[in-house]
Design a protein around this ligand. Structure first.
Ligand code: ATP
Length: 204
């Protein structure tokens, strides 16, 4: 269970900031809704640990996590910029999300291949990120995030720019994650994504 309690944040030099307050149960999806610039990405960055709040708490199952480093939080994220390691091939990029030392079990290796297959990227494991299209990179980032199997998945415009076939496949994967009990926070301008995945809306 995620509880975001009176989480306040203001960018240095700005006169106004945000106060976020909501809860999210396992297996549920909240769509964060608001105009461009309303603070959706800021919220995701605070929960992921890429920004530090001025005050307030982020609780996971009652335990404060706002002081933890990003990699120690029960969170995985897919942001607009996909943050793939350019010097590592696709399979290694995904594998690093599963084990920092790349000590992967046979099952994990198989799940990487299955993830690539399901997203239309069969045989792409040895490709370098620089040789992929924007949509293909996005799919790799999503496969990596999903396979990390964290209980909270943060999604910032996850399906923007993908073709319909890729969108359908990834939406199905995200629905499966929900059914497995993963909680999703979705920032998306896409009404179809929100309708399909979100259980409730949170307006900024
Ligand atoms: N590092 C920063 N320093 C100062 N202001 C910032 C910084 N990053 C973002 N902002 C401002 O904070 C506001 C919220 O940004 P944020 O990226 O959270 O919006 P958003 O709702 O995700 O927008 P979009 O839908 O366009 O992605 C914007 O006005 C943005 O210009």
């Amino acid at each position: 269970m995620l509880d975001v309690e009176h989480l306040c944040f203001r960018y240095p030099g700005q006169s106004e900031g945000w106060e976020y307050h909501f809860s999210l149960a396992p297996g549920r999806c909240v769509a964060v809704h608001g105009a461009s610039g309303s603070g959706k990405t800021t919220l995701l960055n605070l929960i992921a640990g890429f920004l530090a709040p001025d005050s307030g708490q982020i609780l996971w199952n009652g335990r404060p996590i706002q002081h933890l480093e990003p990699w120690n939080r029960p969170v995985t994220s897919v942001f607009q910029e996909h943050n793939l390691f350019e010097h590592l091939d696709v399979a290694t990029n995904i594998g690093l999300g599963l084990h920092p030392g790349l000590k992967l079990t046979a099952h994990q290796k198989q799940s990487i291949n299955e993830g690539l297959e399901r997203t239309g990227l069969s045989g792409f494991g040895s490709r370098m990120p620089g040789d992929l299209s924007g949509g293909q990179r996005q799919r790799v980032a999503l496969v990596r995030a999903i396979l990390r199997r964290q209980p909270l998945l943060l999604l910032d415009e996850p399906l923007t720019g993908l073709d319909n076939e890729a969108k359908d496949s990834l939406r199905a994967m995200l629905k499966e994650e929900k059914a497995r009990g993963v909680a999703l926070i979705l920032a998306s301008h896409d009404e179809d994504d929100r309708k399909l995945l979100a259980d409730f809306y949170w307006n900024l």
